[in-house]
Design a protein around this ligand. Structure first.
Ligand SMILES: [Zn+2]
Ligand SMILES: [Zn+2]
Length: 468
């Protein structure tokens, strides 16, 4: 067997790992590499392998850094099955189309510059049409239902507890060359225990080969319970000033978690039930519909909540409004009194959140609540860092609103949680490959694992191959 790491190698994004065994090529994930426009364009457009030679693809979950290049894979000649969980398939149906819109927008931006320089115009990496076309190749299977995907290769998905539908990929392989059975476990992105909505990451008790993510391989998060108290305090203190709480949030995963947490706080009477709550993002609304469709991904606590609460809808309640149309969105500017407005994008770089920030950032009664990681040079980061003045749509605005950051929301296991998950193996894997982390973080995590007596630990370079 040979494994080649074509992405998320010494970096977080672009997850693509090629497994070759028994004359078959299996691609684990086909994610987009995310970085500056110029750097990412060529790298994502030109696949590092012949797509028509891939026999089958296995997808861990619906985040763009794992699924985002699938339309390009199909456009480039792939004709096999894309095997994933049902919820991942449904989330991809909305995520890939949204990603195509971003590709089309990005290429327009690049082309404006190229036109000025008299250079040739570029085509987007893929179009919305390509995204829709690629959906024909998806094949949903349930968690913990073993399925043969190629001669001598059996696949089982286990819940990774990261986002709805996320899976740990287990391949049981009868390697004809070595005449022996081997197990390969690809962690995908590992979630965290004791999180709302989702089950804990499944403990896998044995493997020969491990490919594991390392996003937070060198640090620990704050404890989860703090987040609920912080959220409660942010809502209550803003309401006491008669202000608005503006929350930039990722449309898939984070928004649904916020809505459910707010619903729990209302049921527990920890926040007043007269404050209107709005989710103002078409993508988040579509994603919430997918969340509603897939109770097979919920944890026991959410089941109980659904059974005990009026209306049975964890993502909907009396004061909760989803605003889909532009008119509804604009009408939020004229609300009198306190309100909570959750909108995308999470880093406040695009989307309807920009209008809400523009309209509310200069009023000290309001609070801007940052609930996720923000990259450098994004508006979200500048607000989190409390720059006294920020630009929105090119215009300067004074940052007079309160700013609060809650860090406990991460959907990724931290260092201790990753180590706990690994300690579930009843003997150490013979080979371990560390992916999906910034280079120094992955190297750090590799050292940690070597100290814990894992025998053969690698941090692959981009396109590096290993015999396994
Ligand atoms: Zn992810
Ligand atoms: Zn990821």
């Amino acid at each position: 067997m040979q494994i080649t790491f074509h992405g998320a190698a010494r970096t977080v994004t672009g997850s693509q790992h090629l497994v070759e065994v028994n004359g078959i090529k299996i691609l684990l994930d086909c994610g987009l590499f995310q970085g500056s426009r110029n750097e990412t364009f060529t790298r994502n457009k030109e696949l590092p392998f012949d797509a028509s030679e891939i026999d089958v693809m296995v997808l861990s979950h619906a985040h763009i850094d794992h699924c985002g290049n699938i339309p390009n894979l199909v456009k480039s000649g792939f004709r096999g099955d894309i095997v994933c969980t049902y919820a991942t398939r449904d989330l991809c149906a909305i995520m890939l189309r949204d990603s195509a819109k971003i590709q089309e927008y990005d290429v327009e931006y690049l082309n404006r510059k190229r036109r000025k320089r008299g250079e040739e115009m570029l085509e987007p990496i893929y179009s919305q049409e390509d995204a829709l076309e690629s959906m024909k190749y998806f094949l949903g299977i349930a968690y913990e239902r073993e399925r043969k995907i190629a001669p001598g290769v059996w696949l089982t998905f286990y819940d990774a507890g990261h986002i709805l539908g996320s899976a740990i990929v287990v391949l049981d392989i009868e390697d004809e060359s070595g005449k022996k059975a081997k197990r390969l476990v690809f962690s995908g992105d590992v979630g965290r225990p004791n999180r709302p909505i989702l089950r804990d990451p499944t403990i896998i008790d044995n493997t020969d080969i491990l490919i594991i993510e390392s996003t937070y391989g060198n640090r620990d998060h704050k404890h989860d319970a703090i987040s609920d108290a912080e959220l409660r305090d942010a809502i209550n203190s803003t309401a006491s000033r008669n202000g608005k709480l503006i929350v930039p949030a990722f449309a898939v995963g984070r928004t649904q978690e916020l809505v459910y947490r707010i619903h729990r706080l209302i049921e527990a009477q920890e926040i007043p039930n007269h404050i209107p709550i709005y989710v103002d993002s078409p993508l988040a609304i579509n994603a919430t519909d997918v969340y509603r469709l897939h109770p097979e991904g919920y944890d026991e606590e959410l089941f109980q909540f659904m059974l005990n609460v009026r209306g049975n809808d964890p993502f909907g309640f009396d004061r909760m409004t989803y605003t889909r149309s532009v008119e509804q969105s604009k009408s939020l500017n004229f609300i009198d009194g306190s309100a909570v407005i959750i909108s995308a994008s999470g880093m406040a770089e695009s989307g309807r959140i920009l209008h809400h920030l523009k309209n509310n950032i200069e009023d000290p009664r309001n609070t801007i609540l940052i609930v996720g990681w923000t990259a450098y040079h994004t508006l979200g980061r500048r607000i989190a860092d409390r720059h006294p003045e920020v630009k929105i749509f090119g215009e300067p605005y004074k940052l007079r609103a309160q700013v609060k950051t809650i860090n406990g929301f991460s959907a990724h296991a931290d260092r201790s949680e990753l180590l706990d998950w690994i300690s579930g193996f009843n003997k150490p894997p013979q080979q371990t490959y560390i992916v999906h982390g910034d280079e120094e973080v992955s190297l750090d995590f590799a050292e940690t694992l070597r100290k814990r007596n894992l025998p053969d630990v690698h941090v692959p370079h981009l396109h590096q191959s290993f015999k396994a």
